[in-house]
Design a protein around this ligand. Structure first.
Ligand SMILES: [Zn+2]
Ligand SMILES: [Zn+2]
Length: 193
């Protein structure tokens, strides 16, 4: 009985120390465990999702589960042939997004997807766009190259904006083309380098 009460006192003291330290910890360095952020999906498809999970396999498992690819979780640590659950898990790819660690699901915007190097549908025209194809994150928006305006370039790449202005001046083109403003071909002329 003495032992128990002494341990209780010690636990209580430790808890007070921990609580006293809490306000000193900056908001961003969350004292709780920060789980890694991933994106999971199929190579070459636009089905990728942001998943927060402890391991890469767990991230793929959550995704397969959400897709309804299997009924029951198996206990296998690694992929086993002939196991429905494992095969569903193995059919997806996962990629780490360290810059999203600790960020809640609803805080990640389409713009963040492009800034993190992964494609997203354009927030303006709904076409699929990728960073390597000129898509950019502009604030919260994912913007494909065709939808990028001079005002967007001013935000994400002022040097590029200056080049575009210079090119327009060379051609004597109006800053905002009056015709075919949604035509991909004519827009390409404004940043074809
Ligand atoms: Zn399995
Ligand atoms: Zn677009």
């Amino acid at each position: 009985m003495t032992d128990i009460s002494r341990r209780d006192v010690l636990v209580g003291a430790a808890a007070i120390v921990a609580a006293a330290n809490l306000p000193a910890i900056p908001m961003q360095a969350a004292p709780a465990e920060v789980l890694p952020a991933w994106v999971v999906g199929s190579e070459g498809e636009f089905n990728w999702q942001h998943i927060i999970a402890r391991t890469e396999r767990e991230a793929r498992r959550f995704f397969a589960q959400e897709c309804g690819d299997y009924e029951e979780d198996c206990d296998h640590e690694t992929d086993q042939d002939g196991c429905d659950c494992c095969e569903a898990i193995a059919s997806y790819e996962a990629e780490r997004k360290p810059m999203w660690d600790g960020a809640p699901y609803d805080s990640i915007t389409p713009g963040d997807w492009l800034r993190s190097g992964t494609g997203h549908v354009c927030s303006r025209c709904s076409y699929e766009t990728f960073p390597e194809e000129g898509g950019r994150g502009v604030g919260k928006e994912a913007v494909c190259e065709e939808c990028m305006t001079l005002a967007d370039w001013d935000i994400v790449d002022p040097d590029r904006a200056a080049e575009i202005r210079a090119d327009m001046a060379d051609w004597g083109a109006p800053v905002s083309p009056a015709n075919d403003s949604t035509d991909v071909g004519s827009q390409d002329l404004t940043h074809g380098k």
